[in-house]
Design a protein around this ligand. Structure first.
Ligand code: ZN
Ligand code: ZN
Length: 181
C-alpha cells in the first residue's frame, strides 16, 4: 500500500481524520527531465467522510533540483502545492476514466482513495518554468562560456565590435566593395 492511499472505511462516518505524511518521490513519479526531487515530500492531509463521499484537503512541500536558465548550474528550490478534492464512489454512472471528471471531483474504485496523482499534479504545477539560481545571476559569458558568478573573463574586449571604430571599418569594407563593382 502506498503512502497516499487511504481506506475509506477506516475513517469514521461524519468524521475527519488528519494525517502527516512523508512520501518518497518515486511513489508519485516526481522525477522529471527538468527537475529532480531532493528528499521526501512532506504533507498534511485532512480526509472528511460523509457516508461514501470523502472530501480531501491537503498541502505538500518538497525540494527539487533544477537548472538555472541563466548560468546552467543546478540548484535546489522548494516547492509546495495544495490539493482539494471531493471523492465519490465509482458506480455504473461513473465515467469509465476517473480522470475525465471535472477538476476537484474524483471517483474511487473499491474502498481505496489514491491521492498520488493529485499530489503529483499539484507539485508539478509549482516547478518553476524559468528557474534562476538568484535574482542577480550573471549567467555565462556568451563568448567563452565562463560562469560569471564564479569568476570574470577577458572577453569584454568583444564590446569593441560596437565601437565607432568598428562602424568605420564596416564603412571601409562597403566602399571597398563599391570600388570593385
Ligand atoms: Zn544562475
Ligand atoms: Zn568570456
Amino acid at each position: 500500500m502506498k503512502t497516499l492511499e487511504f481506506i475509506v472505511r477506516e475513517i469514521s462516518d461524519n468524521q475527519s481524520a488528519r494525517y502527516e505524511v512523508s512520501v518518497p518521490p518515486a511513489e508519485i513519479d516526481l522525477e522529471l527531465e527538468e527537475a529532480h526531487p531532493v528528499g521526501e515530500i512532506q504533507g498534511q492531509l485532512q480526509l472528511s467522510r460523509r457516508v461514501e463521499d470523502v472530501y480531501v484537503k491537503g498541502s505538500f512541500s518538497t525540494s527539487v533540483e533544477v537548472e538555472c536558465r541563466c548560468c546552467v548550474e543546478p540548484f535546489a528550490t522548494s516547492i509546495s502545492g495544495d490539493i482539494e478534492v471531493q471523492f465519490y464512489p465509482a458506480d455504473v454512472t461513473t465515467p469509465s476514466d476517473p480522470w475525465q471528471a471535472d477538476t476537484g471531483e474524483r471517483y474511487y474504485l473499491g474502498d481505496t482513495i489514491d491521492l498520488s496523482e493529485e499530489v503529483r499534479q499539484s507539485l508539478i504545477l509549482e516547478i518553476p518554468s524559468w528557474p534562476l539560481c538568484s535574482e542577480t545571476c550573471k549567467g555565462l559569458c556568451p563568448q567563452c562560456g565562463q560562469n560569471l558568478n564564479v569568476a570574470g573573463c577577458d572577453c569584454h574586449i568583444s564590446e569593441e565590435s560596437s565601437s565607432p571604430f568598428a562602424a568605420l571599418a564596416d564603412l571601409l569594407d562597403r566602399s571597398d566593395g563599391a570600388l570593385k563593382n
